[in-house]
Ligand binder design. Sequence first.
Ligand code: ZN
Length: 166
Amino acid sequence: MDVIDGLVANNRAFADSLPAQHLDVRPSRRLAIVTCMDSRLDVFAALGLQHGEAHVLRNAGGVITDDVIRSLAVSQRRLGTREVMLIHHTDCGMQSLTDDGFRAELQEATGVAPAFAIESFSDLDADVRQSVRRVRRSPFLLHTGQVRGFVYDVDTHGLREVPVDQ
Ligand SMILES: [Zn+2]
């Protein structure tokens, strides 16, 4: 049995353990979270969130890409969210590569240079600040007054806020 088969079996037990319930498509806490794909960060558990309470957008690094802005625009303009919480984390995989090095690796392996930015970073706090500013400055979002950035420590499980000037 491969890994996915095991997860499908897990889901049968999960579905059987919960009563059927329809929640509103609009997150009840009116919150969107942007964070990394890292496997050690269980966003719902770490923040005490329940089903139906927040949107969670994830990619490598928790980077504010055009696609994240696309999702935030839908989240705010159609689905009612008003606050944005950005969470980077310690020991991130994106700190282990460089834009130039990874781009060259992809190009050498495939003969094609990627059209996307790699968005690696070395300074966690600086990248959090840049991400907060990208969200605040996006012309496509309705609500940019409550955008806050944090670093999650994957060893202690604690959150630390990164202050960002307007
Ligand atoms: Zn990461």
